[in-house]
Design a protein around this ligand. Sequence first.
Ligand code: C2E
Ligand code: CA
Ligand code: CA
Length: 725
Amino acid sequence: MAGLLSRIQNGKADAHSDAPAGAFNAISRANLLESLEKSDLGWFWASDANGHLTYISSPAAQRVGKPVEEIIARPITEFFQPVEDTGGSGHERPLKFQLASRGSIKPVTVKLEMGNGHSWWEIAAVPQTDAAGNFAGYHGIARDVSDTYEAKQHAEKLSRYDSLTGLSNRHRMSHQLGATLTAFRASKRSCAIMLIDLDRFKQVNDTMGHPAGDELLKQVAARLKRVLGDAVEIGRIGGDEFQVILPDEDDRGVLGELGMRVIQMISQPYTINGLRAVIGCSVGIAVAPFDGIQEDELVKAADLALYSAKGGGRGQFRFYSSELRDKASHRHQIESDLRDALNREELEMHYQPIVDAKNHQVVCVEALMRWNHSERGMISPADFIPVAEEVGMIRELGAWALHKVCETVQTWPGHVRAAVNVSAVQFDADDFVDVVKQALRSTGIDPSRLELEITESVFVGDMERAFRLFNALKELGVRLSLDDFGTGYSSLGYLRDAPFDKIKIDQSFVRGCTAEDNKNDAIIAAVVSLARALGMETVAEGVETKDEMRAVTEQGATHLQGMLFSRAIPGAEILQRLEAGEIEFTPRGPEKYRSDRRTEFRKIGLIHGNDRYNVFLRNLSKTGAKVEGLLDVPVGTDIVLDLGGGQLAVARVRRSEGFSQGVEFETPLISDGADGLCTRHRVSPYQIEAAGRPLRALNDEAVAAITGAIRSGTKSFIQVEIGKH
Ligand code: C2E
Ligand code: CA
Ligand code: CA
């Protein structure tokens, strides 16, 4: 084509009068051009100095679907429309620049609108000049490249989008995030990312089949688009993992709310081929430049936050914080040591009494696993059970626990039962019923003394299997208890048909149920009356104070469990009490739960003017804090609390007594997704950079460098030494 082009480019070209000598003698140039024109190999066109068409090969005009006369004298841009940048290879120069420059038009793809659709042509042209040397228009060629162009576009789309959900794929997300972060760094803007991981998607996939899993993913994608809107980029970056890029967002209040909305939306039931499925999701959030500057650093931060959210239970969000990094290494340690824990006999079962609400006599105990690590001391099951689930060791631990508990209870006098926690991972295993059967048989325990605590999360995916298992377990004679009721996939519908003997109302409902404006008591009352109607017992978990005890008893809970009566104690102690006939547990503990204040005791910074002091944080609420360590600070003094991690809270002293001050925050703190509070905003690494330091994610040393300007000379307040008390 290029060779052909160079031959016609002189343009003066009246082909008839200018026949070449030599090899072309036998065939006239006119013939050659005419046969070419009639083929689909290529067509010719010409324009005048104003960009109006002066010539077009008639087969080309036919393609357009209009007679030549209607096309001639129309602007060429009316036919050859520039193709918008598709984010593809991008090395074609857009047509309009090429036209404006009046230079030669290098091959460029254009779109042709036709009566019944469109086609894609590649055009090229050389400029013509008149006798005076002025631009006189173009002589050009064109050919239809629709087939190859569309195939290429399709391939490009495939390489950038996830074919199942239509969301961006990992490749594109990574490209977009990298480009955004680089561009935003220059203009000192922030950008948040959110990682979303579906909880228990695998179960749906395994039990309902892959096509159902695919359908579920599509519905999840649609919901994400609905909650998050069009302004943000959403991608599927792994089987059931999604990523969202949120430009210019660093307000953790907004991000936390968005995270919660995503979780609520995803956790609503799905209908797939007429069947119901329920999943949950966890969300990890990290913000550039605070938590990471580069793409990999930011993604890693969000990953750690996500991991922590998953570890905290279902349906939670977390912000990244530097503590999570330390936790991650701790977790690796747990993982490697857990394998030896059983062999080294470092695991024990402790037992927490569950008492009758009427007379406070123990009727059942909950078996809770304890890991007494040879070097680290006690490790909480909340830390190691999730790891065991993840690395597949929970089945082994669970079987051991069942056996151990049956063996122990067998030696107890009377009828006190023991409840064993069953992880959803154990429940999913094919041999679960056999494992229970084996524990019963080998210890000879009366099956009705064994209770299995099962969480709502087993009501996911294959409900028929779940019910089959419930019934098989009931046939063995064991009791079933529904644990952590109300925290996850609550659906009252399944309760009616499930053969549970007991519902355990989660601690989160019991906690603070006596506070004003708290709707938990209404929820407890509702659960209790439902359970009563279904002939089930109800246990209020986590009762810590006397007023909580009175409240849940009043609502009608039949059984109580919590620190108020006893924490989990070794089996030998239970045995002792039972043998001595001491079956009543006296409530011992505080009268009232202070839901508004969390007791803390950590060192923080207090900034006043140019001075920075160290004080102790005694308690913290959304609206204020109590600090100790400065003597006689006048009421009304404006200060800033440095809560760590770049979190500065502007506050005013409202109460002051000796070395203790109550302060009120100018802007309330927000939930950090876990149990804590955090500030909406943090010191920006850009500010630290502006103070002459390199741009880095937040670290205490850099923050201290700009918040810790301590003026020499006398300070306004006297700092007193305070010990933990
Ligand atoms: P869970 O099943 O909800 O167990 C109740 C948890 O609440 C226990 O924590 C218990 O010590 C704690 N607790 C009891 N009373 C109170 C109270 O008044 N206030 C407060 N704040 N907490 C109270 P623990 O022992 O740390 O266990 C945590 C979780 O680990 C359990 O939650 C359970 O999900 C899991 N777990 C423990 N042992 C086992 C086990 O043998 N197998 C399995 N699969 N999971 C276990
Ligand atoms: Ca439990
Ligand atoms: Ca529980």
